[in-house]
Design a protein around this ligand. Sequence first.
Ligand code: COA
Ligand code: AMP
Length: 636
Amino acid sequence: MSSRYADVYGQWKSDPDAFWAKAAEDIDWYQKPRCVFDPDQGAYGRWFADGVGNTCFNCVDRHVAAGRGQDPAIIFDSAMTSVSQTYSFDDVLQEVTAVAAVLKNLGVEKGDRVVIYMPMIAEAVFSMLACARIGAIHSVVFGGFAAQELASRVDSARAKVVIAASCGLEPGKVVAYKPLLDAAIDLAGSKPSYCLIVQRAQLRADLKTDRGELDFANLVGKEREKKTEIACVPVAATDPLYILYTSGTTGKPKGVVRDNGGHMVALQWSMRNIYGLRPGDTFWTASDIGWVVGHSYIVYGPLLAGVTTVLFEGKPVGTPDAGTFWRVVERYRVNVLFTAPTAFRAIRRDDPDGIFVTQRDLSSLRTLFLAGERADPETLRWAEALFRIPVIDHWWQTETGWAIVANPVGLQPLGVKHGSPTVPMPGFGVEVLDDAGKPIKHGLLGNLAIRLPLPPGCLVTFWEADERFRETCLNEFPGYYKTADAGLIDEDGYVFVMARTDDIINCAGHRLSTGALEEVCAAHPDVAECAVVGAADAIKGQVPYGFLVLKHGVNRDETAISQEVVDLVRQRIGPVAAFRTALIVPKLPKTRSGKILRGTIQKIVDGETWTMPATIDDPATLDMIIAALEERIYVS
Ligand code: COA
Ligand code: AMP
């Protein structure tokens, strides 16, 4: 393939250090890194090991210093409250400095952890940047998680301070955060010293000062008035910027650790070369700051690159209708929109002919990017026909922090093959391996793996769990990072990502561990054992289905038990798990050695053709699954 992409990928391949050293020139450092990559540090080496910088400085201060203080940095738009507010770089500097001053007054120092449990409001972004400013490590927790999930993150991070809002706003309901926060802190072994609460007008929380609960606006307002100056704290490029917990193969979430230096370099590079964005452009990533996509492309990527970012509180449908996205694009002249395919499927369901699309002037829009799950060709074709602009699928993970495989529109758009996120980005040596770790031929399905070292911007370890990181990601295929995705690379070098190789399912662009769901189902006193699989869903991609076997002697009403199990999942993991189907079966299909045949159950659930596994212990158990599905009980 002869193309600008091939040239750039080739430059990286022939001299990765020179490639990343050049990319690092776009970052302002206190101490420019002389060492681009040190293979002797960390689990697989560390990037820019002797560099010193500050992420907040690069996102905010340097743009102000360059005379762009009046330019729009963050546009907050809430479809829930009809509020729209634009913050210039000057405004962001002022707000972030004030929050940083509050954190410092509360004793937060470089390296301390701050948990942020917030909806999509500007204070959440200011809080993230304030942590970066003073070298504190933030850990943002998605608002749809329940108290126990929040507790496990507060505990694992040993957070000194939690910043939360009094409530989140979901269609038709106000979600009170404070009771969830209270319950989480009660559950957590390691208690934060303070909780800063953003009081929202829709539901104010009772603050108990004796429990260290403080009013965010009050304290920040005072610092704003005082115009307290808080300088950016120089941090090592290898110091952590944030921890983001994501589902692992057990109930215990993995704390993905992202450093400062590599993260800045990679995101800055990606903004221009992948997304084709320049200072002055407007980027809207319709995701949530609780997810990696939100970290990278609502907050850090655009601000590093001096691009205006849209922070949107609302949903693609129902707030109030399937035209919301197009209202936002038109109003703020969005140039590039990035969202999850599930959002497009939801819009398409409500507005199949794109009537709302035709009612708006979308001429500013140059490209649509999709990620978070496989972009199904049908949705892609629908979007292409409707918008007549490139619709670009790209593949990445919380762990990588930016796209492993993409169509680098900023470099040169490549031909689209539906079903493929296109080609590996510089830094990512993607290969397909067999189960023994040997590279396999083009076109054959296998384990997608990335040759080490991972490029800048990827995870460096799991928080205080180096061994778990090695075991989960590095040990199975020596010399490679295991993505836990299966796929193939065709003869043109296009990568196709087909399925996970572990127990993770993807529900509405959210990552769920069926293992974690099974742990919760099995905790119900009447449940002897269970299996959770991802069932195909027209909008969400997948939704979890639970099959439960009750303990001997339990003869309570089965519907009631199903409802209790559903409630338990909601209580322990959160509504985001979208767990509504818990079916009771007399016995689970297993192999003779006792392994649950989840693959076969999944095929039956999805109505796919399946064959009787040769190793099955009791073939009648598959009929039991079929019967349970026929009589299925949906619980709401
Ligand atoms: N705070 C509190 N609760 C939340 C929440 C949040 N931030 N986000 C979701 N929830 C709740 C919802 O209210 C819902 O609760 P319910 O069961 O009481 O109704 C539940 O979690 C499931 O929510 P969701 O998965 O969002 O389903 P939905 O049917 O409300 O909406 C979509 C479906 C497809 C419109 C929506 O999931 C969506 O916009 N997805 C895009 C996701 C995305 O951007 N992912 C990032 C990857 S790029
Ligand atoms: P998360 O860490 O939540 O971003 O989820 C990452 C997982 O989502 C990946 O490992 C894939 O399984 C899936 N995924 C993300 N983007 C894509 C894509 N473009 N195509 C296929 N799968 C994807």
